[in-house]
Design a protein around this ligand. Structure first.
Ligand code: SAM
Length: 451
């Protein structure tokens, strides 16, 4: 092919907008990889795109409304570019399915989270049939396409690896089981092969992913997550191992033991959503544990790894939540002293059980005030924790440029963000350097490089 032929047609471009959790981020990386393999390149300019994908999240408020309004904006671009393809992906897409095409007739395809591996064939079908394609539902793990070469990672140091998809829990507030389907664990051999593949390419940090990551079971041998952690942590070249999201009731003593056994590799960081500090509310939420179990688990984790930084998710304003219940949540936050926290105002999700419980709704203004109070309490705690780290030295994996000139940023093993000036020459990205903390801020640390 001549140079002229190569340049005669500009490459096709795709644009992806991603909302929501790490699972969605990874799904977007999987879709990008499939498009890039076909020579279609990413763009940050939506107007330049030949294919637009909205990877939606349905966990909170007005998700469908927001998604349709964004698709409405994208549709306008079709006036200028009739061949533009618009794909509705992610959890809202799974929920809406056929309805989405009925509502937006010029939508080209709808792909649920369990079908992201089929993007190439969905696009081919759309082009061949000229009809909208709907790929929703939940195939078995064995039928899902996890091709490692069809994944465009958005970094070269930290890689996410899905180990379990879907969720079998019955939390009354949560839509995830209906959008991501029942749990499907990937075989241990596949997970280990993918981690090895990343390590061979020079990745140093691995994050294992699942909605209930610690409920993973090897479909072939029945081995549990503690066994998998042990096997992954032993892989040569791995510097940091993290996993998200763990379910408190499924966190067995054997898993706590792995934290202690592989202290060199398993990061002293754990995201453990608790949702509420009140047993009444936990019961209505269908969480399947009482707060005493959570306190006990945290105590055992801290005993195993005194350096562990904990984070959690909390919902305020769940129906029936009294001021006393909310105080129990504040008490939990003050007692545990999480390193970081994600808090949300309850939002009824279509098809979930909570609205059917007929509990008294918490007035919007009360829920807003509780959320603000919770953030205030946590902010004060975070500042205290971060200030107490001044003078200590941490190993920081350097991954980004800082906002201020001459600075870079990275994360400690316990996932704290650290800013530092690099001095004469920048530090190699992906390397792990020692940084002494000089200042503790609300959400990050500032420090200096030390030998
Ligand atoms: N699988 C995880 C668990 O429950 O342990 C969480 C998955 S969900 C994607 C992330 C967080 O969103 C939840 O931990 C919860 O705090 C929040 N969330 C989920 N449903 C919600 C709702 N209906 N209203 C407000 N927050 C919600």
């Amino acid at each position: 092919m001549t140079a002229a032929a190569l340049t005669s047609r500009p490459p096709r471009r795709f644009y992806i907008e991603t909302w929501g959790c790490q699972m969605n981020e990874l799904d977007s990386q999987r879709m990008s990889g499939q498009l890039m393999q076909q020579g279609i390149l990413p763009t940050r300019e939506v107007a330049e795109a030949d294919i637009i994908l909205l990877n939606s999240c349905s966990v909170r408020e007005k998700a469908a409304q927001k998604a349709y309004s964004r698709i409405g904006e994208y549709r306008l671009l079709k006036r200028e570019k009739p061949d533009l393809l618009i794909g509705f992906c992610g959890c809202v897409a799974q929920q809406e399915g056929e309805k989405a095409v009925a509502r937006v007739p010029d939508l080209d395809f709808v792909i649920g989270p369990a079908r992201v591996g089929e993007l190439q064939s969905v696009i081919a079908e759309r082009r061949a049939t000229r009809k909208p394609v709907i790929a929703t539902g939940f195939p078995d793990a064995a039928a899902r396409n996890y091709d490692m070469d069809l994944l465009a990672r958005d970094g070269v140091f930290k890689g996410m690896v899905t180990i379990i998809e879907g969720c079998n829990k019955k939390c009354t507030f949560c839509i995830v089981p209906s959008t991501r389907g029942p749990e499907q664990s990937r075989p241990m051999a596949h997970v280990l092969a993918e981690v090895r593949h990343l390590l061979n390419y020079g990745f140093v940090e691995i994050e294992l992913l699942g909605q209930t990551v610690n409920h993973w079971r090897d479909p072939e041998t029945g081995a549990d997550f503690a066994v998998l952690l042990d096997a992954v942590a032993r892989l040569p070249g791995l510097r940091r191992l993290r996993f998200v999201t763990s379910y408190p009731r499924d966190f067995s003593p054997a898993m706590v033991e792995q934290f202690a056994r592989h202290a060199e590799v398993i990061s002293p960081y754990l995201h453990l959503p608790v949702q509420s500090g009140s047993n009444r509310i936990l019961k209505w939420m269908g969480r399947g544990y009482e707060i005493e179990l959570y306190y006990d688990l945290i105590a055992r984790l801290r005993q195993a790894r005194p350096d562990i930084a904990l984070s959690t998710d909390l919902i305020v304003g769940f129906p029936g939540e009294t001021d006393e219940d909310f105080q129990a949540t504040l008490e939990l936050v003050r007692n545990i002293r999480f390193g970081s926290l994600f808090a949300f105002k309850y939002s009824p999700r279509p098809g979930t059980a909570a609205p059917r419980l007929k509990l008294d709704p918490v007035p919007e203004a009360v829920a807003d005030a509780r959320l603000q109070e919770l953030f205030q309490v946590q902010n004060d705690i975070q500042l205290e924790i971060n200030r107490a780290l001044v003078g200590q030295t941490f190993e920081v994996m350097v991954t980004h440029w800082g906002r201020d000139k001459g600075t870079q940023t990275g994360r400690t093993a316990c996932h704290r963000l650290v800013h530092f000036p690099y001095g004469e020459a920048p530090v190699e990205m992906g390397s792990i350097k020692r940084v002494q903390v000089e200042q503790g801020l609300h959400h990050s640390l500032r420090g200096r490089l030390v030998a």
